[in-house]
Structure formats: C-alpha cells, structure tokens
Design a protein around this ligand. Sequence first.
Ligand code: HAM
Length: 411
Amino acid sequence: MADKISFEPPRGMRDFYPEDMAWRNRVFDAFRAAGEAAGFRQYDACVVESYELLARKAGEEVGEQIYHFLDKSERHLALRAEMTPTLARMVAQRQKELSFPLKWTTIAQCFRYERMTKGRKREHYQWNLDIIGEDSVLAEVEVIGAACDALRRMGLSSSDFKVHVSSRKFLGELLSQSGIAAERHAQVFLALDKRGKMPDAEIAAMLKDGGLSDAEIEATFAIMETKDYSACPELVELFRLAEIAGFADCLEFDISVIRGLSYYTGVVFECFDAKGEFRAIFGGGRYDNLLTTIGGEPATAVGLGFGDVVVTELLKARLGEDAAAARKGIAVGFMFPEQRDAAVAFAAKLRKDGESVDLSLRSQKPKKFFSHAAESGAAEAAFLGPDDVARGTVRVKDLSTREEKEVPLAP
Ligand code: HAM
C-alpha cells in the first residue's frame, strides 16, 4: 500500500475552509471599500519575480526569508515576500507615461520563510496602499487614514488600536546631534529595530560591534526616550492634518518605531492593538529612494502593507469567533422525489429574482433538511411537501427569528 500523504498543508501555508473564507471576505471587503473611498486605483502583478529584484536589499531579515528557485531554463526566480519591489518595477517600466502622483492599491499574496510565531505565517495576504510622486506629508496622512478607515469598517474603533508614528529622518537628526555619523545610522536603525524583541544588553553589543563608543551607545538609548516631536516639522504637520481629517485619536508619536526594511527614508509607522497582545497590524512609511535603487528615475513614495493574519486574530478576539458568519440566502428542500421538479422550478424562479439559493440535491426528511440548512449558514429555508405542491404555495422560514411567510411557488 502506498504511504498515506499528510492532509496538512505545508508548514506555515494555509487552507481556507468556508468559515475561514467568511473572515477573509470580511477583511478583504473592508480593504477594498476603504481603498476605493480614498481614491486608490487597483493593480495586480505576478507572484513570481526575478530573485535579483527582490534581493536588492540583501542583508535584511526579509531578504533571508525569500523562497527562491531555479526554473528549467536556470532563471533565478523567487516568490514575492512583499509587493513594494514589484510596485517599484512596474512604475519604473512606465515612468514616462504615468501621471503622478499615483495612488495604487492591491491585495497581494506574499511568501516569507519565517520562524513560525503567533501572527506570522509563511504565506499571507497583504493589502498595499502606495502614493508615488508626492513629497507632502498629506500622502502619509491619506494612507494612514485609509488604513484606520478599513479597521473601522471591520468593526473596530479607535480604542482597539493605535498607529505608532515616528520619522527615521528625525531620529537620524537626533543621532547626528549626539555625534553619531550618518554612515552609521543604517546600522543603528537595524539594531534599534530589535528593541523589545531582544534584551537591551544585546542591542548595546550590536551597537558596539557597529563601532559606537560607550558614550554614543548611552546617548542612543537616551534618544529612545524622546517624547517631544515639535522639532520635526513633518510630524507636527502630520498630526495637525490627521486632526482635521478626523483620525488623530488613532495616532501616537513613538520614537521606537524604526521598521525592519532598509528603504524607508522619512516618516515610519506601525499599528498595534491597544492592549499590546498581537503583532503589528500594519506598517509602512516613506521610501523616497527605492525607484532609483532599482534603476528608475527619482520618485518620492509613501505606502503601507496591512496583512490579513493579525487583524483576523484581533477581530476574532474582540468580536467573537462567529462574528463573520452572517446568514444569507435561502435553502430549498423537498420531501419525496415527486416534489423534485417543483423544487427545481421554485429555485429557478428565486435565482432569476436575484436570490442565492441552496437547492437540496435529494429528497429528505424535514428535520434533517432544516438542521442542515441552519448549519450551512442560510438565512431562510423552504421545504416542499406534497400538500404544498398541491396548494401551489410554500412556507418560507426565517432561520433566525423562526417566523414564517407563505409564498407562491409559481412565478
Ligand atoms: P512589513 O512590515 O514587512 O512591510 O509587512 C507589513 C504587514 O504585513 C505587517 O504589519 C503584517 O501585518 C503583515 N505581514 C508581514 N509578514 C507577515 C507574515 N509572515 N505573516 C503574516 N503577516 C505578515 C512591508 O512588507 C512593506 N513592503 C510595506 C510597504 C508598502 N511599505 C511601503 N509600501
């Protein structure tokens, strides 16, 4: 006998059973509605990219997590770990024709060979919002505002989450004022990004390896206590505009937000649940040099990635495991084979009227039919017996309220 194959998906990959799809649809519907409400245009791209494009930022965590392979013609290819390099490539390809600033959005499946922890899978869907070709901080305000809007559409309020905002440029200025040379900043950012994930002593050791003196390391940790951002005009303006736009209550200044990806150049932000129980809900920032890094013309850019994994965990915790399972449609069943034609005709009439109908495929006892209908998520159920067909009507039952109404079978 052949060995039985495992029924589990490969580690870190996900199956979506119907109840999982109910959640996914709830999250994706909010992504799409919020993107549309904020005037972003949809785009899409291939999942497989050239390894070279994705590995441009080698040395980073994400770079090490790329799934890559040689195809049969020895092309070095990879599954995308994020959408941003692909977006940059697409923009660079048409940079002369496109009219800027552009506001683009997509929901992209991404793959990362991650160490598996809560909220981290090896495959996830990531909603991306990007504005390319705009210097003003209103671009940051627009992307963050749209992401907060998506969270509200999913059923959360500003008391459930906070967007932690900072600026790498501001942090760089503070480091420079402490005498830490600009060439060292990238390395310092990388070390500081690990705060909270590893003890400060290890971070200090990383900084020392990077060539910082003890005094500079001490100054760096002191900078991480900064609470006042009034010396950073972009942040002052960002908070002011968010106030006018009506979502300043969702924001807070947090100097410790650095972000792991090296292409960020200015404002950076990361959203967390208010109780601090889950991993980051979304993250993003300004990346003004990426287009030139991949060989395009200079173009400023701001964007974010918002994954489906963490937010679904959060929604289940706050709203209940079953909150996505809205009842809809009508189940139609019949008692004996003699009523089958009438049931088919009744289902056809309802479908023509735009109803979603789950027609039973075989005759059933009423009890079995109604319990299956309730379990399948139908909002209503209609069961045809010999008397109903003789009368030419059927009782349609609301499965939540148990109320019934008499409906004619014929059009
Ligand atoms: P990121 O912080 O690497 O940024 O990912 C953004 C979001 O994607 C995270 O906050 C999280 O919600 C989700 N995410 C990332 N990795 C995983 C994973 N392994 N499992 C589950 N969810 C995950 C970026 O990817 C940037 N490219 C975002 C961006 C777009 N910046 C500018 N434009």
